[in-house]
Ligand binder design. Structure first.
Ligand SMILES: [Zn+2]
Length: 348
């Protein structure tokens, strides 16, 4: 490169903070033993191949302190339209004070690369990656991609925080799914300082997949890795408040693990739910919601009214049990079988 061009580029970098991606190495495996201590490294991890014979690359941030444990995994974007966690990872890994870090953070700011590029929850073949673990070495597109996650990424983690948001057309409170019968996972859940903690075993998902397939959280738990799912607000947006709350949860977790110093801050009046379910409409029309996120409901409280196109009331829905509103639909147009609210049933 001509020296004038070089200095112009340097100057541009100073003013814009631009960073040349040419310097980022692609790796076939995460052998971080060879990586120097007290560094923040960025890599592309090679997963499967696309139809142009190019590797499908996933961004990996490795922040290495002193010692090789614990290894905290942070994953965002296994659902391609769930973005808040990506920003949590970018900021929280950048803010770690390297000289005082113990252990290693391995963070993936955007796991479902193809879904992210298409603004879609699913992988390129329309499959939900978070329902088909452990994947298959010789399976279809999404199964092979998930197989790579199961074998190249998960085994490195000692603890895992998997970051999600609501699905398209719905909004969520800031809530955590965790198996509260386990002390480590219960503690990790509390440290997120969330509005709601939902006790959830992470058992294999049945759905329309084979009953042997499961979520990434369930797969990690089977490998003995304490794992929680954090639901950070809404899809396809960066929400400042959710990002800050997510970062606080990660920082609290790192303090608890002894990875960084500082004082754990948990000050939200978190509600604990023993189970949850969605309430679905059984008529079609225009839905008017009468409740808000995090609202506590008594059995019989009105939750929604559905009207026909002329404004006549077709049906009123009430809470079938007392509970708290975890999530809700934000699309008024409602077919039979559409979701109205996600109701959490409070622990006694
Ligand atoms: Zn998700």
């Amino acid at each position: 490169m001509d020296m004038r061009l070089f200095f112009t580029c340097m100057l541009l970098n100073v003013f814009t903070g631009l960073f040349s991606q040419e310097t980022i190495e692609s790796l076939d495996d995460l052998n971080f033993d060879k990586m120097p201590d007290q560094t923040r490294q960025h890599y592309w991890l090679i997963m499967t191949d696309d139809g142009m014979s190019q590797p499908i690359l996933v961004p990996i941030i490795i922040v290495k302190g002193v010692g090789s444990s614990p290894v905290l995994g942070l994953v965002a974007g296994i659902h391609g339209n769930e973005l808040n966690g990506i920003k949590v990872i970018q900021e929280v890994t950048d803010e770690i004070d390297l000289p005082s870090l113990n252990g290693i953070v391995i963070a993936i700011p955007g796991l479902n690369r193809n879904g992210i590029l298409q603004n879609e929850r699913e992988f390129i073949d329309g499959e939900d990656l978070n329902r088909i673990f452990p994947g298959k070495m010789d399976g279809n597109r999404s199964q092979q991609f998930v197989w790579q996650i199961s074998h190249k990424i998960l085994p490195h983690f000692d603890y895992l925080i998997d970051m999600h948001t609501a699905s398209f057309g719905r909004v969520n409170s800031y809530y955590v799914r965790a198996d509260l019968s386990d002390d480590n996972m219960s503690k990790m859940a509390v440290l997120q300082d969330a509005d709601i903690i939902l006790d959830s075993e992470g058992a294999p998902s049945t759905g329309n997949q084979s009953s042997s397939t499961r979520t990434m959280r369930a797969e990690a738990m089977l490998k003995g890795i304490p794992t929680i799912t954090v639901e950070l607000g809404n899809p396809q947006v960066f929400e400042k408040v959710m990002i800050e709350r997510g970062k606080k949860g990660v920082r609290n977790t790192m303090m608890w693990l002894g990875m960084v110093g500082g004082e754990i801050e948990v000050n939200t009046d978190t509600k604990f739910c023993e189970k949850s379910f969605w309430i679905y409409s059984d008529v079609g029309g225009f839905q008017e919601l009468m409740v808000q996120l995090n609202q506590v409901l008594e059995k019989g409280d009105r939750i929604a009214i559905i009207r026909d196109p002329f404004g006549h009331v077709l049906k009123e829905y009430v809470a079938p049990e007392s509970g708290v509103v975890i999530g809700l639909s934000r699309n008024p147009i409602t077919m039979s079988g559409d979701r109205i609210i996600h109701l959490g049933i409070l622990q006694n």
